[in-house]
Design a protein around this ligand. Structure first.
Ligand code: ADP
Length: 445
């Protein structure tokens, strides 16, 4: 009967949450990052450069003028509000725009300007008078390809002669036709079909091959092979460019198969630290008590904006409901939401439309919480074996050096088990987590 079905789907939802959220699509995460990002990630780290030819001079530029771009492109760059190249662009752009073209493998976290860099390279190398594809760009998903396409359109706004087409499933072309567009962007499967099976594209005429989000790409079975098969059809003279946000061994192996004789640029992530964070814990017996403690905290201190993390979707949903009943403006970010919906929730929270964001873990990964002064772990972060997830703990409450604002983290402990987790987290970071008495809150302000 229906109540049974409802109960069943609820438990399924419950079982799913932690683990499914956990291995949640990298592609969705990456898309979310793109949708919510509206400026560069700042970093004080220096780029590491490994040149193919260590004896050749290393050029780096501090302005877009130095790159001698086509005026239409410079105009496009400025119209996007870019004043100067980002850290990675300072070195990547001169390499990509050099004559003869150089191959590049570049790694830096999302938001550091990789997409803008290779879009500029593609637009610079195209000759719009030749009415055939000259640049191929492969992305892991349709949605990510569309995002890159938008950047091409923005940057190429004053260069309308350059045309773009999407090689994505569902985009059916007439048999025997030849593409006239200059840039083809799409997913590996369709791109391969268009190059080999249907011959819409003559791969021998390609001048620039871009493989974006290599780490996301290899997470999907088949993408790696398809990409390599496309790469093999391209001429030796074709410039090969590969980008990735992370660089584990598997990505590196793949990168080397795609990009011969590469220059390599790496930009390390800014380290997060707990140094400027006051950490507390609150002892409770159950989730209702945790909620009560939360209310006491809200009654005692002024909180501009807070993020509250729960372990499961069910708890997050419950807590959001209780909080709004108390009169809080609450936003709920949950695993079953579409990426676009999530982006909208995050944007509203960032704009200050809601003061509290309740979420499960994965949804919030990668969100900059600069303006959030208080982070509450309603449940402590644990991995799927129930061990403390130190990395997630640090990521939830830590700050990078640049945003060294002081912050407050409050951990809710409701069992021997979670107390044990707390102790282990405390040991791991070697930073004391103080006990907080929520009936006497004078001390935290
Ligand atoms: P990535 O591909 O590494 O994730 P993007 O190229 O998407 O990074 O850039 C991240 C954000 O920063 C985008 O909103 C983009 O428009 C912006 N951006 C990129 N390069 C610059 C720049 N040189 N100056 C200002 N903003 C930039």
């Amino acid at each position: 009967d229906s109540s049974n079905a409802a109960a069943k789907s609820e438990t399924e939802g419950e079982n799913k949450s932690a683990e499914d959220d956990d291995k949640e699509d990298k592609a969705a995460q990456s898309l979310l990052n793109k949708l919510i990002r509206n400026n560069l990630v700042n970093t004080t780290n220096q780029v590491e450069v490994l040149q193919k030819d260590p004896n050749s001079p290393l050029y780096s530029v501090k302005s877009f003028e130095e790159l001698r771009l086509k005026p239409q492109l410079l105009q496009g760059v400025y119209a996007m509000g870019f004043n100067r190249p980002s850290k990675i662009q300072e070195t990547a752009l001169p390499m990509m725009l050099a004559e003869p073209p150089q191959n590049l493998i570049a790694q830096s976290q999302s938001g550091t300007g990789k997409t803008a860099a290779f879009v500029l390279a593609m637009l610079s190398h195209v000759d719009p008078n030749n009415k055939y594809p000259q640049c191929l760009c492969v992305s892991p998903t349709y949605e990510l390809a569309l995002q890159t396409g938008k950047v091409i359109e923005q940057m190429g706004k004053y260069y309308p002669e350059v045309k773009l087409v999407y090689a994505i499933r569902g985009n059916k072309l007439q048999r025997g036709m030849k593409l006239q567009e200059h840039i083809v962007i799409g997913t590996p499967g369709t791109m391969l079909d268009w190059c080999s099976k249907f011959k819409f594209i003559d791969p021998k005429k390609i001048k620039v091959f871009v493989l974006d989000e290599a780490d996301v790409m290899i997470a999907t079975q088949g993408h790696q092979d398809q990409s390599i098969r496309i790469q093999r059809m391209l001429p030796k003279s074709c410039q090969m460019l590969l980008f990735s946000a992370t660089f584990e061994e598997s990505v590196w192996n793949f990168a080397q198969r795609i990009v011969p004789d590469p220059n390599i640029i790496k930009l390390k992530r800014e380290e997060e630290t707990l140094d400027t964070i006051k950490q507390y814990y609150v002892l409770c017996n159950c989730k209702e008590e945790k909620f009560q403690a939360l209310c006491n905290i809200y009654g005692a201190i002024t909180i501009a904006q807070a993020m509250i993390f729960c372990h499961t979707r069910k708890t997050a949903g419950w807590l959001a409901g209780e909080l709004s009943r108390e009169g809080h403006q609450v936003a709920l970010l949950s695993g079953e939401m579409q990426v676009e919906q999530r982006a909208a929730v995050i944007e509203r929270f960032r704009d200050g439309k809601e003061k509290v964001l309740v979420t499960t873990n994965v949804c919030a990964r990668g969100i900059d919480v600069e303006q959030v002064s208080v982070v509450i772990n309603f449940d402590l972060p644990v991995d799927k074996d129930g061990n403390p997830d130190n990395e997630t703990y640090l990521h939830r409450i830590g700050r990078t050096g640049r945003f060294g604002k002081r912050g407050l983290a409050i951990n809710m402990v409701d069992s021997k088990m979670s107390m044990n987790i707390l102790h282990r987290i405390q040991e791991h970071f070697n930073k004391k987590i103080e006990k907080l008495d929520t009936d006497d809150l004078d001390e935290i302000e």
